[in-house]
Design a protein around this ligand. Sequence first.
Ligand SMILES: CC(C)(COP(=O)(O)OP(=O)(O)OC[C@H]1O[C@@H](n2cnc3c(N)ncnc32)[C@H](O)[C@@H]1OP(=O)(O)O)[C@@H](O)C(=O)NCCC(=O)NCCS
Length: 160
Amino acid sequence: MDIKAISSENRRQIDDFISSHWFSTDMVVKGELVDMTVLDGFAVYDNEAVIGLVTYRIRSNECEIMSLDSLRGKQGIGTALVNKVIEIAREKKCTKIKLVTTNDNINAIRFYQKRGFDMTNLYRNALNVSRELKPSIPLLGDFDIPIKHEIEFEMDLKNQ
Ligand SMILES: CC(C)(COP(=O)(O)OP(=O)(O)OC[C@H]1O[C@@H](n2cnc3c(N)ncnc32)[C@H](O)[C@@H]1OP(=O)(O)O)[C@@H](O)C(=O)NCCC(=O)NCCS
């Protein structure tokens, strides 16, 4: 699999990819507006085209996955990208990897739990605040489920 880190060379292409999948390059996580154009990450390429992307940040020994997208499902792209973040987080001596997804994202909730992430927090009605900061967030998500809450997952790296 052709995986490249985000760098000054592919930054613009990555920003375009983020805009087209997340409505803008700003993302709201737990009430914080995050500028995704400055995040680290890894992209999967098919020739020149980006077909998968993970972004993350590391603060105070905690790694946080900010986005994960695979354009070709069920081929191992999502798993490979998460594994790259786990590798980096271990290298940087992080104690955990955190991420947040929304209540409609049944696929991600399955995906992360099967890869060693445990559900740790529910932020009820977090999307009310998110929509104030980013009005483009739709009301309905996967399976037309109303997007209302954030669910936090963590992978503990201390005991592994
Ligand atoms: C969640 C997401 C990133 C998963 O990406 P993906 O590339 O499909 O992930 P993988 O291919 O590694 O794994 C998905 C499933 O395909 C299976 N799979 C992988 N390769 C396979 C193959 N060759 N044949 C059959 N199944 C395969 C995996 O076992 C996995 O199933 P499981 O979770 O039940 O074990 C993707 O669905 C996505 O982009 N969703 C939209 C954005 C999103 O919700 N992001 C996460 C929230 S931040």
